[in-house]
Design a protein around this ligand. Structure first.
Ligand code: TXA
Ligand code: MG
Length: 339
């Protein structure tokens, strides 16, 4: 199929946003910008449209989608109940990069949540996304990458992955956050962090002091183990090259990679000079927001070097660093080297 380009950056903004919404209401699939990553959207009420998301991405059938809303009325429409703490989080963090897993309303298309009784809901901050949702209603949208690839943080990434497989792509600015939203389930007591993101555990703990971190955030789920968030069991974000995540200080990291043949080092910008093999920086160690912004673009660039092995210097695990670390251990298929 021909994938229509709809620009959110030129004088035809209103017309193009209306066209995107019309395609969605008619059961089509449209890639849209959000502040985290680009999403591949379809109406949360149209089963066949949601099916086409799974097909376009090659997504496993047991990995549920997040429903995107633009106001609190829509939250009521897509859920069957909302606990007090979730309301407080909505008040504090929405619109923004937080997804809350809540009891689901039965009108949501059954394939959105893959048979679960819960639904992940998020109100994005991106203006373009919200203008489209205002017109089209609640949208189911996973990241707009081919399943297994790094999530798209630019319209070009979306085109590289799924051009010709979806009805339209809304062309907008690069995503500001760069990693997907924080996912917290309120269907357990206490609530549990399923995926770290730019709304950090430290920030959440101010409202939900007893929040637990699901073990799958930092380590590989055991074979056969039931995971709270189905997306966490898959290898993800992965270049074709074999990625290793390397933990250690700059000296041990340099000693480890220097002189290695056919390898690429992904390191902090300030350490580029100390490394004598192929290398690329992903930002400054202390600036975790920039590390998150650059992460997926760098993982997409890695294969351009044509090398077999990639060693990534691990970030600190506090703040937004936890989200970067969580994505990197999956890109590395849980191969972690501690020096
Ligand atoms: O920032 C984001 O969240 C982006 C943008 C487009 O909004 N979306 C995104 O969607 O990252 P996706 O499908 O790539 O990741 C959704 C994650 C998966 O790990 C999935 O398993 C989990 O959320 N999830 C969704 N619904 C769930 C539910 N009802 N219970 C548990 N986990 C759920
Ligand atoms: Mg994804």
């Amino acid at each position: 199929m021909l994938t229509k380009r709809l620009s959110a950056l030129d004088g035809n903004y209103k017309q193009n946003i209306e066209e995107a919404a019309k395609i969605l209401k008619n059961g089509g699939t449209v890639a849209i910008p959000t502040e985290t990553v680009y999403g591949l959207a379809a109406s949360a009420y149209i089963n066949s449209a949601v099916d086409n998301i799974f097909k376009a991405k090659g997504r496993p059938q047991d990995n549920p989608l997040i429903v995107h809303i633009s106001n609190m009325e829509m939250l009521k429409a897509v859920t069957s109940s909302v606990p007090e703490k979730a309301f407080l989080c909505a008040e504090r963090f929405w619109p923004g990069p937080l997804t809350m897993v809540l009891p689901k309303d039965e009108k949501i298309a059954s394939n959105v949540c893959c048979g679960l009784k819960s639904v992940g809901v998020r109100m994005p901050a991106d203006k373009v996304a919200r203008d489209i949702i205002d017109l089209a209603g609640p949208l189911a949208a996973p990241s707009a990458n081919l399943s297994g690839r790094p999530s798209p943080t630019t319209a070009q990434h979306v085109i590289d992955d799924i051009d010709g497989r979806i009805d339209a792509v809304v062309i907008s600015n690069d995503c500001n956050v760069g990693v997907e939203s924080t996912v917290v389930t309120f269907c357990t007591n206490p609530p549990r962090l399923l995926r770290p993101g730019a709304v950090t555990v430290e920030m959440l703990a101010e409202i939900v002091p007893d929040i637990l971190i699901d073990p799958a955030v930092l380590s590989e789920p055991k074979k056969g183990e039931k995971v709270a968030s189905p997306g966490m069991k898959y290898k993800h974000y992965a270049p074709n090259a074999e990625v290793y995540l390397v933990e250690g200080n700059i000296d041990t990291f340099c000693n480890f990679v220097n002189g290695k043949q056919d390898c690429l080092a992904v390191c902090f910008d300030e350490d580029l000079d100390k490394i004598n093999i192929n290398k690329v920086g992903y930002g400054t160690k202390k600036d975790q927001i920039t590390l998150a912004q650059n992460l997926f673009s760098v993982l997409r660039e890695v294969d351009g070097f044509g090398l077999k092995t990639v060693y990534v210097h691990a970030p600190d695990k506090d703040g937004v660093g936890l989200a970067v670390y969580n994505r990197l251990i999956r890109a590395a298929a849980f191969r972690v080297i501690s020096l």
